[in-house]
Design a protein around this ligand. Structure first.
Ligand SMILES: Nc1ncnc2c1ncn2[C@@H]1O[C@H](COP(=O)(O)OP(=O)(O)O)[C@@H](O)[C@H]1O
Ligand SMILES: [Mg+2]
Length: 338
């Protein structure tokens, strides 16, 4: 029901977007461009300006300055055309708790003015796609967190938009629900949907995004592929926890020569070192067995958003000074009003 952009034009574009709330600049000159059928991840800690950016891109909040286009339509000049071309899954749930899954989807189809027959078949198609067919006649209130999130996502897809905005789609979900949602999102992209998703998790961006923009205090501090970002924050670490405190020194001797820059935390019985990768693991584990050293744990620790942040800004993403504490509450309240 919407016109896709010509195949070479970006599906989503932001040029020098700025959003001020009084004297406070929540989004400070952000630009990006997303080719059709690809995924851009907007990665940043709480309060960095992710939701504010999404709200501007989806016509819910006018930019203070700068421009944005969705499927070629300007968010300020042609908001109706933008809304027709996009779906939004906001950070707070948008479904009606007292309606069943199927009723929720049909309601949205009716709101879009789709033909009745089309609404019925589309609702059932989406319930099937999101593994909600069995729960179709249950009220949304009875759904688990993962099911709610899937219903939210299904709701934003009723009109089959070519462009989809997702604000922290998996925050608060258990690992299994997260994985299920990731699978669904990959399917959508395979079918040609363009995604812009925000996340606080490097691993989520890593799983889904073709390109990532890291934002902090409303500004872009890094961008690239997930791999490039991980490389910037250093390689994975090998982390070994020995079972007995007395074995720490012996463990250091075992690792001597096998591994560089060893960091030892005696209280935690933990040894950490940059690692070349999985191949080194097996040999090291065998050496410990041979030396009779019992291990609680041995494994690779990949960089997190926190590590990327630390290497880019010199501070941790969770530092109180990196986010205004009220950010989450403000934003949810505001989104519920939409
Ligand atoms: N309506 C508003 N009025 C004043 N400040 C706001 C408003 N909405 C968001 N902010 C502030 O803008 C900053 C970015 O918020 P937000 O975009 O929600 O961040 P994120 O989604 O990355 O957590 C925060 O400091 C937040 O408190
Ligand atoms: Mg947010």
């Amino acid at each position: 029901m919407s016109t896709p952009p010509p195949s070479d034009a970006p599906a989503i574009e932001a040029e020098h977007l700025v959003k001020k709330f009084g004297d406070f600049t929540a989004v400070d000159d952000i630009s990006f461009s997303v080719p059709p059928g690809t995924v851009l991840g907007l990665l940043g800690p709480n309060g960095s300006g992710k939701t504010t950016t999404i709200r501007m891109m989806t016509t819910l909040s006018p930019p203070t300055s700068g421009t944005a286009r969705v499927a070629g339509h300007d968010v300020t000049a042609a908001p109706a055309a933008v809304r027709k071309a996009m779906g939004l899954t906001a950070q707070a749930a948008t479904v009606d708790e007292l309606l069943t899954g199927r009723e929720n989807l049909r309601l949205i189809g009716d709101l879009y003015g789709l033909p009745k027959k089309r609404v019925k078949s589309r609702a059932d198609e989406l319930l099937e796609k999101f593994s909600l067919s069995d729960a179709a006649t249950r009220v949304a209130k009875s759904y688990s967190g993962g099911m709610r999130r899937r219903l939210d996502l299904a709701a934003s897809l009723v009109a089959a938009p070519p462009v989809l905005f997702l604000d922290e789609p998996t925050t608060g979900l258990d690992p299994r629900s997260r994985n299920e949602l990731w699978d669904v999102l990959r399917d959508l992209v395979r079918d040609g949907t363009t995604l812009l998703l925000t996340t606080q998790y490097l691993d989520e961006a890593d799983q889904l995004a073709d390109r990532v923009i890291v934002i902090d205090h409303g500004s872009v501090i890094a961008e690239g592929t997930p791999l490039q970002l991980k490389d910037r924050s250093g390689a994975a670490s090998l982390v070994i926890t020995v079972s007995r405190p007395n074995d720490v020194d012996e463990a250091v001797r075992v690792l001597d020569g096998r591994i560089g820059e060893l960091h030892v935390d005696r209280d935690a019985r933990r040894l950490t070192a940059p690692s070349e990768g999985v191949s080194a693991l097996a040999g090291i584990a065998a050496a410990f067995t041979e030396a009779g050293i019992e291990l609680d744990d041995i494994g690779l620790q990949r960089p997190s958003l926190d590590d990327v942040f630390l290497s880019l800004t010199g501070r941790r993403a969770e530092d109180p000074e990196s986010a205004r504490d009220t950010a989450g509450a403000d934003t949810i309240e505001q989104e519920n009003r939409v």
